[in-house]
Design a protein around this ligand. Sequence first.
Ligand code: GLY
Length: 269
Amino acid sequence: MATVRLGQKHRVLARGIPDSYSNAMANYFGSGPTDLELARAQHTIYCQTLEDEGLEVTLLEADQNHPDCVFVEDQAIVIDGHVLLPIPGHPSRVAEQPPIAEFLSKHYSPEKIFRMSSECKMDGGDLLRLGDLFFVGRSSRTNDAGIAVLRELLDRLGHELRVINLPPEALHLTSISSTPTDKIIFAPEGYIDKQSFGQLPDDSQIIWMPKEEVYGCNTIGLEGGKVIIAEGYPTVLATVKELGLTPTVIDMSQIRAADGSLTCLSIFY
Ligand code: GLY
């Protein structure tokens, strides 16, 4: 989940991988999962890595009727003690949300939980937070009506929102970018215009990665300078080290196969 600051990452919601995972959508960098056992093993390592970093991880049961249900990030947006439940941007994923909403309702009071109306659509994967500056991808999954609802919430919380038009070859904004710290964005060359993020605060920067390492641009920053990254992206790995951060590298091959990245697998709440 890309909508919480590093210091707000204490509890994680994840969800198991269903037997139907081989039917998960794969229309971008994935060509479809081929090894359910390996996918589950990679997911277990992911959850264990977060636990090893001191986070409390809750694993919801997989939903066999929803092959993409492991990608919980898309289903709920947590910002500073508020929860926005979007209308997921792909119809096949809408019914994944109720158990996640039910879980979060045990942790947030009703006046802190917001829902979108039917004309809206948004996937949580289209959100990126840099400190108190937010970005949203206008994508095949996120429309202007959804962005308007998000903007209303962020206005109320005093945070700025900037909209980035995603190219058709990118599923989500977080498919091509992340904030490994509250002051750094990783993004790939050749996907979006370099001006898309606008002027950043003076203490912040974008680090552009080679286009072929686009998948590696999705990272999970944690407190204490730790950064979880996907295996196989040497420039991303070297950059993390050069920044004085500590990488933990995870094999994500069977998650990537269904167009999923590191952040897709969790909601920090
Ligand atoms: N396979 C993830 C998604 O398309 O939402």
